[in-house]
Design a protein around this ligand. Structure first.
Ligand SMILES: C[S@@+](CC[C@H](N)C(=O)[O-])C[C@H]1O[C@@H](n2cnc3c(N)ncnc32)[C@H](O)[C@@H]1O
Length: 244
């Protein structure tokens, strides 16, 4: 049975902080990391299931881009009424190994496929009623984001949706600093030390590149989504629902 191991990746002081990566060490503690680092993570999962239920169409595909250890796929499979195929894509073999294990332990009943691929190189999406990018677009190099969103749009069926959830920048630097402070306070309440927070921040610096809320909205509308609205906002985190 997969146990949820405690995230202590940045607990000890290190002289050299390399770029954050989604290798074996992170994959092993990833579920605990998300639960303690993402505000209202369980509620966001619940909201995603609720929204997907309204868009999922029998015979279509549901994509989870950056599926990590499969938490979203599992929640969807347990709660979605329609007969769909789930497709999880991630470039980390270590994440996908955990995902495969969790899906099999949960006796995942739906049809599914897990694909190892780098989204910076684009993605092939077809017959999709829903595409989900939960905390993943922020890791795609800005240079490739337009093209990626364009491919997703083309692969979505009419009236299908893209659900994006991101860490974001505040609209101005004062507000941004305040939001980041509140966010780090939340992490402290969830048991992370100042050192852990600082070392992780450094590791993510060149890897996680957040946009402002309005920049993300513009990115989606510019590619041709008809509507885009905010379904969740907490300081420097935001969820967007875009409809083709
Ligand atoms: C923060 S995690 C996503 C969390 C997950 N969606 C969830 O809520 O459980 C980001 C995921 O995106 C994957 N990822 C980052 N950059 C990627 C890329 N260029 N191509 C494919 N996957 C990528 C990482 O391996 C990681 O599993």
């Amino acid at each position: 049975m997969t146990r949820m191991e405690k995230d202590e990746i940045f607990r000890d002081r290190s002289d050299f902080i390399g770029d954050f990566n989604f290798g074996e060490n992170v994959a092993a503690v990833f579920d605990d990391m998300l639960n303690r680092s993402v505000p209202f993570y369980q509620e966001i999962q619940r909201m995603i299931v609720e929204m997907v239920n309204d868009f999922a169409a029998d015979g279509s595909n549901i994509y989870d881009l950056g599926c990590s250890t499969g938490t979203t796929l599992l929640n969807l499979n347990r709660n979605i009424g329609s007969k769909v195929k789930f497709i999880g894509i991630d470039y980390s073999e270590d994440m996908l190994a955990r995902c495969r294990k969790k899906l099999s332990e949960d006796h995942f009943t739906g049809q599914y496929e897990l694909i190892c691929a780098d989204l910076n190189k684009g993605v092939h999406v077809e017959n999709a009623s829903v595409v989900i990018m939960l905390l993943t677009l922020q890791f795609i190099r800005p240079l490739y984001r337009d093209k990626l969103i364009g491919s997703i749009l083309r692969g979505l069926n009419d009236n299908g949706c893209l659900i994006v959830f991101e860490k974001i920048l505040g609209e101005d630097s004062l507000i941004n600093r305040m939001f980041i402070k509140y966010y780090y306070d939340m992490k402290k309440r969830n048991g992370y030390s100042d050192l852990e927070i600082a070392q992780k921040r450094e590791a993510l610096e060149n890897v996680l590149i957040p946009y402002k809320l309005l920049e993300n909205r513009e990115l989606l509308l510019k590619q041709g989504f008809r509507y885009c609205d905010v379904f969740f906002k907490w300081y420097n985190f935001c969820g967007l629902l875009a409809i083709k």
